[in-house]
Design a protein around this ligand. Structure first.
Ligand SMILES: Cc1ncc(C[n+]2csc(CCOP(=O)(O)OP(=O)(O)O)c2C)c(N)n1
Length: 1022
C-alpha cells in the first residue's frame, strides 16, 4: 500500500501510526511511497524546530479541499479511510455478539495492588445494555457535573453495523480502532480524582463497539503500533491500553497534529505503560518530601491557628512533584528556573523548595515591626525569593520565585519575560539553560483569560523561552465555587489544548504516577521545546483560607475530606506494605522535621531578624530606585556628526534589497536629515535615539501591535523587499559592537505582552525595554500589570524596572476609543516617585527622553503619551543641533515671544494642543499670551516650572489648557499640586472640554467644533 489520495481519517490513523513505527525501526520495511512520505515528515519536523512559527507538519485538509496526492495512488481499500461510516443503531442493539460482556481491566486493583481508592476504575462494564450511567457523582474527575457526565448508554452513539466478514484484516483494523480510541479517550475513565467515584466505561472503549466479541479476546493481533512485542492477544492489548491510559494518569495528546510528536509520546507511554520504576531511595525521597510538606502545614496550624497561610493540605504532592521537576531539570542541564505561583501552598513551596528559612517565614507571621512596613511591603504569601539549589546529584541551579500580586495568573507572562531576559543575558539560541515553571489553581487556569494569552506567547519567536512546565494544583474548588459553576470545559486545562502539547492529568494521591508525569513532561519539553501541562488532581483539606468554613458550601464533600488520611499516610502505608521502609524510619524523618521547625520557631521569636540579601545585587548592582531628586541629571545628546552617521547608516540597505517606492522616499528624507538639509521628524528622532542607545552598548527591545512598521505607518523599523519579502532592520546592523536591538510585532494582546515586557525589564537592567500600545486607550486592558506590578512593585517588593510604555494619546476626532491613553489614570497612580509620566512635544524631546531613560542609573517605569498627528506635523520637527545638545527638559518655556513682551496671560499645556494654541496666537497676532509646555507631569517639576514662570508678573493668570474633558487629563492632578494659585503668586485655573462619561465625541465635525471652542476660550478671557 502507498499513501492514498484520500485524506487519513481518524480510523486509519492508527494503521498509519503503526506503519510509521515500523518505518522508524526499519525504513525498508514499508513501501517506497510511505518511506518517502515519512522521510518528508522528518524533514518537516526538523524545519518546524528551527522555526516555531510554522504550523504542524500534517493537517487534514478541509472537507471541500482537493487533497494533494502525496505519492501515487495505489490505495488499498482495506487501509484507506473506511467506506463504512458507522451507522446509528438503537442502544439495545449491540454488535454481532449481541450480548453484554465483561471487558478485561488492566487496573482492577490500582497501581501496585493498592490505589488511592483501593481499586482502580471500572471493575467490569455492562456496556450495550442501553442504560445511561450519567454522572458518576458530584465530583468525579472531568465529569463532575451533569453537563460533562459520561453517557454510558449507546443511544446517541453511532456504531458499525453488525459484524461483517470475519477476515483477520477487518478484525485487525477494529483492534487498531480500539487502540486509537484508548489513546484518544482513555483519560476519560482514568482514576484521577482522589475523592471521585469510579468513572463508567465509555462505549467507544468497549471492544463490542467495534464488533469485537468475547471470543476475540484470546485471538492474537498485530501490535506493531504499540511498540514492544509484535503481537498479542486482544485481552493483553486492552490490558496494556488500560494500564497506560486509564490508571492514575489520563493523557490528552491526540489533538497534536504532528505525527512525530504523537509517536514520541505513544512510544514513551506505551512502552512503560506509563509507570516509572522507582528504587527505594527514590521512594524514600518522595516520602521525605511529603513529610516536609505535611509537617510544615501542621506546624503552621498549631502555632498560628487561624492565620491566613493558604495551606497546601490535600495537595501536598506538589512538594515531591517540584522536587522531582527540579532534580530532573538539573539533569537536563537547566541552570535557572523561574517559578510563578499564586497563594496556594506558597509558604510551603518557599520553605521546602526554594529554601527560604522557616525562621524568616515565622518571623513574618509574628509581624513584630509595624513601623518598618508602614505603607509598604506585602503579605507573606505574595513574597518572592531566590536561592541557589543543589540537587541530590550535586548539580546546582538558581531558583527564583516571582513576587506575586493577589491577582491570579497575571504573574505568568511576567515570569516568561524574566526568563527570556535571563536567557538573553547568558546565551540566546535554543534557550535550554532556563526553564519557566508555572503553578496554577484549577479555577483560575480555566477562568482567567491571561492564561490563553500567555500560552499564545509560548511559540512566538519574540517571546518563547523554550517551553514552560505548567502544573495545575487542581483542588477542584475555586474559593467556594465547584467546577460545574466555574467552567464550560471538561477539564480545567482545556484551554491548553490550543497548543500542540500533551496534557497530563494525574491523581495526586499516587505520588509515583506524579513522578512518571513529571519525568515525561520534562522530557517532552526538552525534546520539542514546547510548553507542557500537568494537571494534578487533589483536594483542599481546609476552607479557601484558614478562617473559612468550607462546610457552608460543600458540606458533604468536607465530611468526606475530614475522614481522609493525608497523602503521606497513604503513601507510607503503601511503602510499608511493599516492605521498602519501616515505621521507625518514617517516624524518624517526621520527628527530625518537627524538631527543625521548632528550633526555627523559637529563633524567630527570640532573635533579631536581619533581612536576607536585597535586590540590588548581580545584574542590578549600580542601579537605583527611590526619589528622582536624588539622581544626577545626565546629558543625553550625541555629537552632531554621530547623529548624521547614524541617520545615514539607518538608510543603508543590503545588496540588491528593493524597498517599496514610498520607503525609498522615506529613506531619502532621512539622508537629507543626516546632511542637515531637513529637520528630523518624530520617527527619525526615535530611530537615532534607539540606534545611539544600542551603539552605546545598551540593549533595546520594543514590542507591541504592529510596531515594526508603526500603527501610523511612521516607524518602518523593519523593511520588506518588495520582490522577495526579505526583511531588513537597519537598527540591528549599525555597528558590529553594538548591543542587540529587537523590535517585534506582538500578538493582539495587551495584558500578557505588557506583563512579558515588564518581566523582561526586571531581569535586563542594562536595557531599554519598551511596550507600545496600538492606541493609548488599549492600555486599560493591561491595567493589572500597571496597578499590581509597574507602579507598585518598588513599594511592595523593592523591585525596580525601567520599562517604557509608549501610549498614543491626543484628541484627533477619531472617537471615544482612539483619543485617550487615560493620562488621568496614571496620574492617580503616581506617588512616592514610583513612575515617570511625560508627554514630549518635539522629536528632540522624545529623543532625549528615551536616551535619558537608558543612560541614567535610575530605573523607574516611564509612561510616555506619544503623538499621532504630530508624527507628520510640519512644525513638530527638530534640528540635529537640538538632538546634539542638552537633556530632556521637563518644562519648555515660551521662546516665541520677544524678550520683554507684556504678558497678561500664561497658557500652560502639553502635547499637540501646544501647536494649535501657537497657530491661533499667530493668527490673532497676540503678543500678550505666553505658552509654556509641561513636558513631564510626574515627578512634578516644581522647580523647573517655577523658573519658567519667574519672568511673569505676580497676579498674571496661569491657565492650564487641555483637550481632555474636565474629569480627565491632567487638570485635577495639577489642581491638587498647585491649588488656586501657582507658587502663591499666579492665579491658576483651567480650560477643558465639558466633563464627560466618555473621553471624546464620535463625530469628527463635532470634534472640530469643540476643539475650536477650546482654543478660542484659551484666548478669550483676556
Ligand atoms: C483575578 C482574581 N480574581 C479573584 C481573586 C480572588 N480569589 C483568590 S483565590 C480564588 C480561588 C482560586 O481558585 P483556584 O485557582 O482553583 O486556586 P485554589 O485557591 O483553589 O488553590 C479567588 C476567586 C483573585 N485573587 N484574583
Amino acid at each position: 500500500m502507498q499513501p492514498a489520495e484520500t485524506p487519513f481519517d481518524s480510523q486509519s490513523l492508527a494503521f498509519v501510526e503503526g506503519m510509521y513505527q515500523d518505518y522508524l525501526r526499519d525504513p525498508s520495511s514499508v513501501d517506497e511511497g510511505w518511506r518517502k512520505y515519512f522521510a518528508s515528515l522528518a524533514r518537516e519536523d526538523a524545519a518546524f524546530r528551527r522555526d516555531p512559527r510554522r504550523g504542524p507538519s500534517y493537517q487534514p485538509p478541509g472537507l471541500f479541499e482537493k487533497t494533494q496526492p502525496a505519492h501515487s495512488t495505489n490505495a488499498n481499500p482495506t487501509h484507506s479511510a473506511p467506506a463504512t461510516a458507522p451507522a446509528s443503531v438503537p442502544a439495545n442493539v449491540t454488535n454481532g455478539a449481541g450480548a453484554t460482556r465483561a471487558v478485561p481491566h488492566a487496573n482492577g486493583s490500582g497501581p501496585n495492588g493498592t490505589g488511592p481508592n483501593g481499586t482502580g476504575p471500572n471493575g467490569s462494564t455492562a456496556n450495550g445494555s442501553g442504560t445511561t450511567n450519567g454522572s458518576s457523582g458530584a465530583k468525579s474527575a472531568g465529569n463532575g457535573n451533569g453537563k460533562h457526565a459520561t453517557t454510558n448508554g449507546a443511544a446517541a452513539i453511532s456504531r458499525p453495523p453488525s459484524r461483517p466478514t470475519n477476515t483477520s484484516t477487518v478484525l485487525q483494523e477494529r483492534v487498531d480502532q480500539l487502540v486509537r480510541a484508548y489513546r484518544v479517550r482513555g483519560h476519560r475513565i482514568a482514576n484521577l480524582d482522589p475523592l471521585g467515584e469510579q468513572r463508567p466505561l465509555l462505549p467507544e472503549l468497549d471492544p463490542s463497539f467495534y464488533g469485537l466479541s468475547a471470543a476475540d479476546l484470546e485471538n492474537t493481533f498485530s501490535t506493531r503500533s504499540l511498540g514492544g512485542e509484535d503481537e498479542a492477544t486482544l485481552r493483553r492489548i486492552i490490558s496494556r491500553m488500560r494500564s497506560t491510559y486509564c490508571r492514575f494518569i489520563g493523557v490528552q495528546f491526540m489533538h497534536i497534529d504532528d505525527l512525530n510528536v504523537r509517536m514520541w509520546l505513544i512510544d514513551r507511554m506505551e512502552s512503560s505503560e506509563n509507570r516509572l520504576e522507582l528504587g527505594r531511595a527514590e521512594q524514600l525521597r518522595i516520602l521525605t518530601r511529603l513529610t516536609d510538606a505535611v509537617m510544615f502545614e501542621e506546624f503552621i496550624q498549631k502555632r498560628y491557628l487561624g492565620a491566613k497561610s493558604f495551606s497546601l493540605e490535600g495537595s501536598e504532592s506538589l512538594i515531591p512533584l517540584l522536587d522531582m521537576a527540579i532534580e530532573k531539570a538539573a539533569e537536563q542541564r537547566v541552570e535557572e528556573i523561574t517559578i510563578a505561583m499564586a497563594h496556594r501552598g506558597r509558604l510551603n513551596v518557599l520553605a521546602n523548595i526554594i529554601g527560604k528559612s522557616p525562621q524568616e517565614i515565622f518571623h513574618e507571621f509574628e509581624d513584630l515591626e509595624p513601623a518598618l512596613h508602614r505603607g509598604r511591603g506585602d503579605v507573606k504569601y505574595h513574597l518572592g525569593y531566590s536561592s541557589d539549589y543543589v540537587t541530590a546529584a550535586g548539580h546546582s541551579l538558581h531558583l527564583s520565585l516571582c513576587f506575586n500580586p493577589s491577582h491570579l495568573e497575571f504573574v505568568n507572562p511576567v515570569a516568561m519575560g524574566r526568563m527570556r531576559a535571563k536567557q538573553d543575558r547568558v546565551k540566546e539560541g535554543e534557550r535550554l539553560e532556563g526553564l519557566v515553571l508555572m503553578i496554577h489553581g484549577d479555577a483560575s487556569f480555566a477562568g482567567e483569560g491571561v492564561i490563553q494569552e500567555t500560552l499564545n506567547l509560548s511559540q512566538l519567536p519574540a517571546y518563547t523561552t523554550g517551553g514552560t512546565l505548567h502544573v495545575v494544583v487542581n483542588n477542584q474548588l475555586g474559593f467556594t465555587t465547584p467546577a460545574d459553576q466555574a467552567r464550560s470545559s471538561m477539564y480545567a486545562t482545556d484551554v491548553a489544548k490550543m497548543l500542540q502539547i500533551p496534557i497530563f492529568h494525574v491523581n495526586g494521591e499516587d505520588p509515583e504516577s506524579v513522578a512518571q508525569v513529571v519525568n515525561l513532561a520534562l522530557d517532552f519539553q526538552r525534546e520539542f521545546h514546547r510548553d507542557v501541562v500537568i494537571d494534578m488532581y487533589c483536594y483542599r483539606r481546609r476552607g479557601h483560607n484558614e478562617g473559612d468554613e468550607p462546610a457552608f458550601t460543600q458540606p458533604l464533600l468536607y465530611r468526606q475530606i475530614e475522614e481522609r488520611m493525608t497523602v503521606r499516610e497513604s503513601y507510607l502505608e503503601r511503602l510499608l506494605l511493599l516492605g521498602g521502609i519501616t515505621c521507625e524510619e518514617a517516624d524518624r524523618i517526621a520527628e527530625e522535621r518537627r524538631q527543625r521547625l521548632e528550633e526555627a520557631f523559637s529563633r524567630a521569636r527570640t532573635h533579631v531578624f536581619t533581612p536576607t540579601a536585597e535586590s540590588m545585587t548581580g545584574a542590578w548592582a549600580g542601579y537605583i530606585g527611590g526619589k528622582e531628586a536624588n539622581v544626577d541629571e545626565v546629558p543625553s545628546g550625541c555629537s552632531r556628526q554621530r547623529l548624521s552617521e547614524l541617520l545615514m547608516a539607518l538608510t543603508k540597505l543590503p545588496e540588491g534589497f528593493k524597498p517599496h517606492p514610498k520607503i525609498e522616499r522615506f529613506l531619502a528624507q532621512r539622508q537629507a536629515m543626516a546632511k542637515g538639509e531637513r529637520p528630523l521628524d518624530w520617527s527619525a528622532a526615535e530611530a537615532v535615539a534607539l540606534g545611539s542607545i544600542a551603539t552605546d552598548g545598551i540593549r533595546v527591545r520594543l514590542s507591541g501591535q504592529d510596531c515594526e512598521r508603526g500603527t501610523f505607518s511612521q516607524r518602518h523599523a523593519v523593511l520588506h523587499d518588495v520582490e522577495t519579502d526579505a526583511r531588513h532592520m537597519a537598527l540591528g546592523q549599525l555597528d558590529p559592537q553594538q548591543a542587540k536591538v529587537e523590535i517585534y510585532n506582538s500578538p493582539l494582546s495587551e495584558v500578557a505582552v505588557l506583563g512579558f515586557e515588564y518581566g523582561y525589564s526586571l531581569d535586563q537592567p542594562n536595557g531599554l525595554v519598551m511596550w507600545e500600545a496600538q492606541y493609548g486607550d488599549f492600555v486599560n486592558v493591561a491595567a493589572v500589570i500597571i496597578d499590581q506590578f509597574i507602579v507598585s512593585a518598588e513599594d511592595k517588593w523593592r523591585r525596580l524596572s525601567g520599562l517604557v510604555l509608549l501610549l498614543p494619546h491626543g484628541m484627533e476626532g477619531s472617537g471615544p476609543e482612539h483619543s485617550s491613553a487615560r493620562l488621568e489614570r496614571f496620574l492617580t497612580l503616581a506617588a512616592e516617585d514610583n513612575i515617570q509620566i511625560a508627554q514630549p512635544s518635539t522629536p528632540a524631546q522624545y529623543y532625549h527622553l528615551l536616551r535619558r531613560q537608558a543612560i541614567r542609573r535610575w530605573r523607574k517605569p516611564l509612561v510616555v503619551m506619544t503623538p499621532k498627528s504630530l508624527l507628520r506635523h510640519a512644525a513638530a520637527v527638530s534640528t540635529l543641533e537640538e538632538l546634539a545638545e542638552g537633556t530632556y527638559r521637563r518644562v519648555l518655556p515660551d521662546t516665541a515671544l520677544s524678550v520683554g513682551a507684556e504678558v497678561r496671560r500664561v497658557l500652560l499645556c502639553s502635547g499637540k494642543v501646544y501647536y494649535e494654541l501657537d497657530a491661533r496666537r499667530r493668527e490673532l497676532g497676540r503678543t500678550d499670551v505666553a505658552i509654556l509646555r509641561l513636558e513631564q507631569f510626574y515627578p512634578c517639576p516644581y522647580q523647573q516650572l517655577r523658573a519658567a514662570l519667574a519672568g511673569y508678573r505676580d497676579g498674571t493668570p496661569v491657565v492650564w489648557v487641555q483637550e481632555e474633558p474636565e474629569n480627565m487629563g491632567a487638570w485635577w492632578f495639577l489642581r491638587m499640586q498647585f491649588g488656586e494659585s501657582m507658587f502663591s503668586r499666579l492665579p491658576f485655573s483651567g480650560i477643558f472640554r465639558r466633563a464627560g462619561a466618555s473621553p471624546a465625541t464620535g463625530s469628527a465635525s463635532s470634534h472640530r467644533l469643540e476643539q475650536d471652542e477650546l482654543i478660542a476660550s484659551a484666548f478669550g478671557g483676556v
